[in-house]
Design a protein around this ligand. Structure first.
Ligand SMILES: C[S@@+](CC[C@H](N)C(=O)[O-])C[C@H]1O[C@@H](n2cnc3c(N)ncnc32)[C@H](O)[C@@H]1O
Length: 271
């Protein structure tokens, strides 16, 4: 028999995930929460959600809280996901930044790395020899570990053009048969770092382009508006914020203006 979450337990969990992660767990999501956390409760031998929440609260390292957020959110991603943005890199970003010797981009909520690697390969394909540095951040240490390893299954590779496999990946042998690993030089062009978007990031430099795709879907409007304002602050004048195509900023765009689907721009000109 699986434990059901009671209304006070759900409220406690809702408060915890909202204050730490900006997560918007509305009433009605109880079944989802139960399904996503069931395994962890079993691993810890917790019979009730209340016991589990006590465990999370007692763990001052924050590790249990981190595992909880991992279970509640999804790291779903893929190479060249939402291809219009990769066309946009070639058609708009590269011409705007052609005078720069180096391009720096931030992927916020990079999950297991397919997105930042796709950005890197797309830029190298369109501007061979260009220096590219990508900062790729996520809250999930598990996802970041996989991203830094850069090992992907054949199935994951299917969305990449075939010539890119040989160019950017090593094919695994032995116990790694059927797996592909991003070559070291390319892995090193991406810096993976843990960053909770609910915490300050004004210490980061300004970027001409920030990807934050399919992350803000978890946040309520107020959290989203606050985050977008902080992204706008980290954009160079004329810089772009890219979000997922199924997301909308509605009235949260503040200093940014709509440019094209899933693409918002800060006033000014990139150079
Ligand atoms: C669905 S994935 C999106 C991956 C990629 N951007 C894409 O569009 O394919 C959402 C990612 O957001 C991360 N995330 C959720 N809340 C976060 C937070 N408060 N701070 C940083 N990352 C967060 C999750 O860990 C997850 O890896």
């Amino acid at each position: 028999m699986h434990p059901a979450i009671t209304a006070p337990e759900f409220e406690r969990l809702r408060h915890l995930t909202h204050s730490h992660f900006g997560l918007d767990l509305r009433p009605g999501k109880e079944t989802l929460v139960e399904a996503r956390l069931r395994k962890r409760l079993a691993q810890l031998g917790c019979r009730r959600f209340g016991d589990y929440l006590d465990r999370v609260a007692r763990d001052s390292s924050g590790g249990e809280l981190s595992l909880m957020i991992d279970a509640l959110t999804t790291n779903f991603t893929g190479f060249l996901r939402e291809p219009a943005h990769f066309e946009f890199l070639g058609q708009t970003i590269l011409p705007a930044l052609k005078k720069r010797p180096e391009i720096r981009i931030w992927c916020a909520g990079c999950a297991t790395g397919e997105e930042p690697y796709s950005v890197l390969f797309s830029l190298y394909e369109r501007a061979p020899g260009k220096q590219v540095r990508i900062l790729a951040t996520d809250i999930s240490t598990k996802a970041l570990g996989a991203a830094a390893q850069g090992v992907y299954s054949e199935e994951k590779m299917a969305s990449l053009p075939a010539p890119w496999r040989a160019k950017y990946f090593q094919r695994g042998g032995g116990q790694w048969a059927g797996q592909f690993r991003v070559k070291q030089d390319y892995r090193w062009a991406v810096e993976f770092r843990r960053l909770n978007l609910m915490e300050p990031f004004h210490q980061l430099p300004r970027f001409p382009l920030i990807f934050c795709r399919n992350v803000m879907i978890y946040f309520d409007r107020a959290t989203q508006a606050n985050l977008v304002a902080r992204f706008a602050d980290r954009l160079e004048p004329g810089g772009y914020l890219l979000i997922g195509h199924s997301e909308g900023l509605f009235n949260s765009q503040g200093a940014l203006e709509y440019d094209r689907p899933a693409t918002y721009r800060k006033r000014g000109t990139l150079a």
